[in-house]
Design a protein around this ligand. Sequence first.
Ligand SMILES: CC(C)(COP(=O)(O)OP(=O)(O)OC[C@H]1O[C@@H](n2cnc3c(N)ncnc32)[C@H](O)[C@@H]1OP(=O)(O)O)[C@@H](O)C(=O)NCCC(=O)NCCS
Length: 190
Amino acid sequence: MTNLIEFETKRLRLRQWHPNDREPFATLNADPKVMEFFPASLDRTASDAMADRCQSLIAERGWGFWVAETKETCQFIGFVGLHVPIAELPFSPCIEIGWRLAFQYWGKGFATEAARAALRVGFELLSLPEIVSFTTARNLRSRTVMERLGMCETAETFEHPHVPVGSSLRQHCLYRLSYDQWVAQQKVAG
Ligand SMILES: CC(C)(COP(=O)(O)OP(=O)(O)OC[C@H]1O[C@@H](n2cnc3c(N)ncnc32)[C@H](O)[C@@H]1OP(=O)(O)O)[C@@H](O)C(=O)NCCC(=O)NCCS
């Protein structure tokens, strides 16, 4: 049986999805500020389907896009975690790290805090040789998280096959972090 991986950071709990997460997740997915760099916001049905997919992938593999909630108040703030992209990408196969937080939780360091812990899970528990991250080139907030995590921008820009041709969101940039780079960074950080 697969071991369910859940973990905590200083301020957050990263856990499996619960039915109660669907409502705040739908609110987040309907928010144009949160969805600015996606082709479309998600309606309730699409949002619930995504929550279900995240939940079943975690149940199946033990890891995935975990719900992030505050430890202090148990508020759902969004998701952060590891995922095998569904799309066939120029650098597939790969495992990506990704995040999506409700707008009121931006600017507090939550995404980076949760993602640092998710990288540790990926490298130490899952023994991944590399974790990638990618986003539409204009998504500077997301790129800044990648840089805060010590991920390295590559020259491998690519057109995301799930974004319509002609959309200004189609061009994506790619960041990589190898296990060796991550270990070296841990040593520097002491
Ligand atoms: C991408 C996203 C997760 C980034 O969130 P974020 O809050 O900017 O990222 P961080 O967690 O790294 O927070 C950093 C900010 O918190 C501030 N901060 C406040 N308290 C902090 C603390 N205790 N520790 C660290 N940083 C703190 C930092 O100064 C920084 O502020 P700044 O934005 O003014 O520079 C968020 O914008 C989002 O969900 N976007 C929509 C979804 C999306 O685009 N996902 C990516 C698709 S590929």
